[in-house]
Design a binder for this molecule. Structure first.
Ligand code: SF4
Length: 321
């Protein structure tokens, strides 16, 4: 599979009065053309910062990309000028956020908004842009009679469909979706997810799906990076992750999923809380919560080990210590 995006040793910090937040540490991942990567973890694990890092929208200050490379179609984005970056962001990489209202203009009809993006990116006349916008809105399930309505007239799920239409109107090679269904009701979540799945097949767009929900990963992703406290702790294809999870944190995530066949008593939430990001534990950041921790875990930060082809685990149990 041809590489579209390669992230090498990406490190992003936030320098705050309370201390340095190690939001992303030494992250290395790859996305192939047409592939969907799930970025999974609890709030504060570094998923959104990773996405903002790729888009180079990390607020600076307090955020700072400390090091690493973000190679998109063979070129490192980290050396690009603001003008070059704006072009890449508009034409190649699009982002969908959790709350659709933040990305919609309240005083323009949804048809106008999609048309405006098309006009900007495809250099077509206003009339052609409107026709294409209407096609795109219908593709995402918004009927023609609603194209002249304003965002506030739509439900949350319908608004997210509009946002998806806007994101796809730029013909992106890479779509980054940050918890796109979290703010929606469960049934609407499933509908939006199904829509994204079919659009992914239709447009062959590569995607980064940021989520805390392994159910969404099962539905839509090809491979997965599990993040904990800024570190990727396990990285492999979806099937390997679901059939053979190796990192104690990943295993903990699977154990904490409610299973309709199990008694509620059998649920095992991961003990403890995410650590304070300005004051991470020494060694493996998961060690205070890890049921498998041994002495050395609090002393040494584990490096990713390739335990099987393309299956990386950052845990001392799999290294020669
Ligand atoms: Fe647990 Fe140690 Fe592995 Fe960290 S390195 S996940 S503490 S066993």
């Amino acid at each position: 599979n041809q590489k579209l995006l390669e992230i090498k040793n990406l490190t992003i910090h936030y320098i705050t009065d309370e201390g340095t937040v190690h939001a992303v540490e030494n992250m290395s991942i790859e996305i192939g053309k047409g592939e969907t990567l799930g970025l999974v973890g609890e709030t504060g694990a570094g998923k959104t910062t990773t996405a903002l890092g790729i888009m180079q929208l990390v607020p600076n200050p307090p955020g700072k990309i400390i090091g690493g490379e973000i190679i998109y179609e063979g070129e490192n984005l980290l050396g690009k000028s603001p003008a070059e970056l704006r072009k890449i962001r508009g034409n190649n990489i699009s982002m969908i956020f959790q709350d659709p209202m933040t990305s919609l203009n309240p005083v323009m009809t949804v048809g106008e908004q999609v048309a405006e993006v098309i006009k900007l990116h495809q250099k077509v006349s206003a009339a052609v842009a409107m026709i294409k916008a209407q096609d795109m809105l219908e593709t995402v399930g918004i009927p023609e009679e609603r194209h002249k309505e304003y965002p506030h007239q739509f439900s949350g799920g319908m608004r997210q469909r509009v946002v998806i239409a806007i994101a796809l109107a730029c013909n992106p090679n890479l779509l980054i979706a940050d918890e796109p269904t979290t703010a929606l009701d469960v049934t609407i979540q499933a509908q939006v997810l199904n829509l994204m799945k079919s659009l992914k097949e239709e447009f062959q767009t590569s995607m980064i799906m940021i989520t805390h929900d392994l159910g969404i990963v099962a539905e839509i992703c090809d491979k997965v990076a599990i993040m904990y406290a800024g570190n990727v702790v396990e990285y492999t294809d979806k099937v390997a992750l679901f059939t053979n999870p190796k990192h104690p944190y990943t295993i903990g995530l699977f154990n904490s999923i409610p299973n309709i066949e199990d008694d509620v008593e059998k649920l095992k939430p991961i003990q403890g809380l995410m650590p304070d990001p300005t004051n991470l534990p020494s060694g493996c950041p998961f060690h205070p919560r890890c049921p498998k921790a041994i002495n050395v875990c609090s002393k040494k930060l584990p490096k990713p080990i390739e335990i099987a082809k393309d299956h990386f685990v950052s845990c001392i149990l799999y290294s020669d210590r």
